[in-house]
Design a protein around this ligand. Sequence first.
Ligand SMILES: *Cc1c(COP(=O)(O)O)cnc(C)c1O
Length: 415
Amino acid sequence: MSEFKSDEARRIARATLPDGLRPETLAVRTALAPSQHGENSEGLFLSTSFIQPSAEVSAQRFANSEDFTYGRTSNPTVRSLEARLAAMEGTENAVATGSGMGAILLMCMGLLKAGDHVVCSRSVFGSTINLFAKEFGKFGVETSFVSQTDLDEWRAALRPSTKLFFAETPTNPLTEVCDIAALAEMAHAAGALLVVDNTYASPALQRPAALGADLVMHSATKFMDGQGRVMGGALCGPNHLIRDVFAPVIRTAGMVLSPFNAWVLLKGLETLSLRLKAQSEQALAVARWLEARPEVARVYYPGLPSHAQHELAMRQQSGQGGAVLSFELKGDSPEQARARAYHVIDSTRVLSIATNLGDTKSIITHPATTSHGRLSEAQRQAAGIQQGLIRLSVGLEHVADIQDDLLRGLSTLNT
Ligand SMILES: *Cc1c(COP(=O)(O)O)cnc(C)c1O
């Protein structure tokens, strides 16, 4: 039979890691202890419910949402992912959700009520703007949208009812960087919390909690998976928010992560720092190369000295620019610029034309007609999204093949 004596099981479990391990080690090693079988890769517990030893123990566990009872409350594979994420972000705890937007929804449901006010960067992810302005606007939460980089605008937007600052850095697609420590200080002086969407840099490059952010939010769909397979999201923060505020809300509202997706994300996290560093280096090489091309008007990439917040970005992001860049083609009119952007995109034979990012496969996107396609031309101009703008999420193909693929269109622009 396959039963282990309990002391043998404990030897396999190695339940507690030593203190002081570095982030790369935590990304590979943090998880719940293995089962009695001693699996070296974390177990996938694809089970909606968990057998209880007795009615009395069942009653106790239902009263404590940290025990395993039912999948909407917790699951061991999801719990391992949450522990690993918290270790990587340097926070006490984390809660995983079914998508990045699910994480922001959970955050809003847990922290906001009618009459509350939010200050949010104007440059954050489009669905985030809609969630605050439209969906929570319906429930009497007001949101002021301000410049990503102008601290005076954040200060001027403050009201006595301000509960939350929400920022994302770097942003999509123009890679604007905000000063996390300065925003945290301003939010705290006003009695508000700072939430940072850390999807783009990931904890491999940037740890917002160490700079004063109260909560760190993720779309795990992007770099954490890193291979374009599953949706996921998370909030990382202190126990008094994660365990006491958000755990009861997610248990009621149900935007939970699938155990299968959690298992895929656990594997993704093990290679996150290697991928981010390699993809950042490739992105820097592509950005430098694009900056020297005569067809290109401007390159947006935090790793370039020409970027408006280059020094801040290098300080905040472990000296790396990240894997996403944008570039603008020259053009005499918006129509001509768009035709040129389409030509460059359609001439590629290696890159994927898609709207995801953070994948090992490089992805090319035309923001003005996809992510920002529902804005009016005037709103797009105000946001700095020109028709000639192309976004590139740089993957792990050989950098010369990425450049050659872009060159197919760049070298044949004749309109
Ligand atoms: C994709 C994304 C989101 C939303 O995440 P989903 O997993 O798609 O729900 C939020 N913020 C940023 C910066 C993103 O890139």
